[in-house]
Design a protein around this ligand. Structure first.
Ligand code: ADQ
Length: 459
């Protein structure tokens, strides 16, 4: 279950969650259920179901008011900013919370009609936190797990949300709660303690709360390393990527790929790049930053604002520093196929991935996987991305520290081949040990085990 379902389409660009869910379902088969992304006409219709390559995709439409209140409102103007530590961008409206509950109840009703005995339910992300409680209330007794793709905020941030206690109680109806990093697990436990009082016991990843036992663990999402390497090696030869390479005229390519979102730190990144260029005149005319930033959540005000701010920042930077034959930043709001994107990543000498907060950041992992091991590029990565916990062979820097990022960029551009190979080897090994298949296998295995405990925890 996830808010949006992404049946594979040619040229479609799945986000991080979709990449992970698809990889998991391709191995196990099963049903993927969620919102179609469309507004409903009159009345509620039964889910539309299509089957492709062993996976069934079931989707429902939502009415315009629910899209506005549940999706744009509670999910993306309340939960998203707060979970990414932006209380300043947090907005709250009680009616939006009611819509959130209403849509979750509708998802549960439709899902129950499709579930079969022995099914295991894996719920993805912050849109669907109440789902287990509703499924339990209506008699479903199989294992239900929850994975959060974004950061889990510390209790002292979460308490800004008026309904944080309700949400924490709902989350404790799952058998297994999976989070991206150890920090997220600690924050989750802090929030459970806040909601249930200090008396919550936590032993070896199991919490005893409100008469139930809930398992909690770290499940960092990964990528399919070998598939990406092969895909990148193939597409780097194709016309779109070759034309990009030819257009550089020998300049070094720095790449950034992020949904256009304030959590991705693009304003700070452009400022750091400008700082780098100002303090390194030698690099003028010798580097190009290609920033690919497809638009997202265009109906939410904060996203229109960040888009405008980035357009201004790009215009200002290029206006100040460009030469007649050189543009420092190429800024694109468009989607590419996954394959083409992997070719771009392989062609780049440096990836500049500097979110100000990110659950994991798959692009950082994809960049490492896409490299030629004999001549790999260098990853400059934000210390505030979940991926920084694993990718210690990257050049890590604080995304708000312009000077630190500029120094990392300089070091990346001048790094000797032996060091690039060594850092890349180390990171590729980590990625291979914990790839996307292992992520889903571990989660499903632990969910089966957690579900087998049954409800107990004697009061
Ligand atoms: P996202 O915020 O979407 O994911 P990310 O993890 O980087 O961020 O995943 C983005 C995915 O979309 C990548 O697979 C990337 O290749 C793809 N993509 C991005 N831009 C594209 C473009 N222009 N064209 C084609 N494909 C593009 C959320 C969380 C993250 C978490 C993931 C997975 O916010 O922190 O890592 O889920 O759990």
């Amino acid at each position: 279950m996830s808010n949006r379902v992404a049946p594979p389409r040619r040229g479609a660009a799945p986000g991080g969650l979709a990449v992970g869910v698809l990889a998991a379902l391709r191995r196990t088969g099963g049903l993927w259920f969620g919102w179609s992304g469309n507004a409903a006409g009159e009345g509620e219709r039964a889910p539309e179901i299509v089957a492709r390559d062993g996976i069934r995709y079931a989707t429902i439409d939502l009415c315009a008011e629910d899209i506005e209140r549940y999706y744009n409102g509670y999910c993306n103007a309340s939960l998203w900013p707060l979970f990414h530590y932006f209380p300043g961008r947090f907005a709250y409206d009680e009616e939006n919370f009611q819509a959130y509950q209403r849509v979750n109840a509708r998802f549960a009703t439709e899902l129950l009609k499709l579930l079969r005995p022995g099914d295991l339910v894996w719920v993805h992300d912050y849109h669907l936190m109440p789902l287990a409680r509703i499924l339990r209330d209506r008699g479903f007794s199989g294992p239900i797990g929850f994975f959060l793709h974004i950061p889990f905020p510390h209790a002292q941030v979460l308490r800004v949300l008026p309904n944080h206690e309700t949400l924490m109680r709902d989350l404790c109806c799952y058998d297994l709660v999976g989070l991206q990093t150890r920090d997220d697990v600690q924050s989750f436990v802090s929030a459970v303690r806040l909601a249930f009082g200090g008396a919550v016991r936590c032993d070896d990843g199991r919490l005893d709360v409100g008469g139930r036992r809930v398992s909690v663990g770290t499940y960092p999402i990964g990528v399919d390393v070998d598939a990406i390497r092969q895909e990148a090696a193939r597409t780097v030869q194709e016309e779109t990527v070759q034309r990009l390479i030819a257009s550089l005229l020998g300049r070094r390519l720095i790449i950034g790929v992020d949904r256009l979102d304030y959590s991705k730190g693009l304003i700070q990144r452009f400022a750091a790049y400008e700082h780098f260029l100002e303090h390194d005149p030698e690099s003028h005319g010798r580097v190009t930053l290609l920033q690919i930033a497809p638009l997202s959540r265009t109906d939410v005000l904060a996203y229109t604002e960040i888009r405008r701010a980035l357009e201004q920042a790009t215009g200002k930077l290029n206006g100040r520093l460009a030469a007649a034959d050189w543009t420092p930043v190429r800024y694109l709001n468009r989607n590419y196929s996954h394959a083409t994107l992997m070719g771009f990543l392989r062609a780049a000498h440096v990836a500049l991935i500097t979110p100000v907060r990110d659950g994991m950041n798959l692009v950082a992992k994809e960049y490492v996987a896409a490299q030629d091991p004999d001549d790999p590029g260098v990853l400059v990565l934000s210390s505030l991305a979940g991926a920084a916990h694993e990718l210690t062979g990257a050049l890590l820097a604080n995304p708000y520290d312009r000077r630190g990022i500029a120094e990392a960029l300089r070091a990346a551009l001048h790094m000797p081949l032996a060091e690039r190979r060594e850092r890349h080897r180390e990171m590729a090994e980590v990625l291979r040990r914990n790839d996307i298949h292992r992520w889903s296998e571990r989660f499903c295995h632990d969910l089966q085990a957690a579900g087998a405990y049954g409800p107990p925890a004697a009061a």
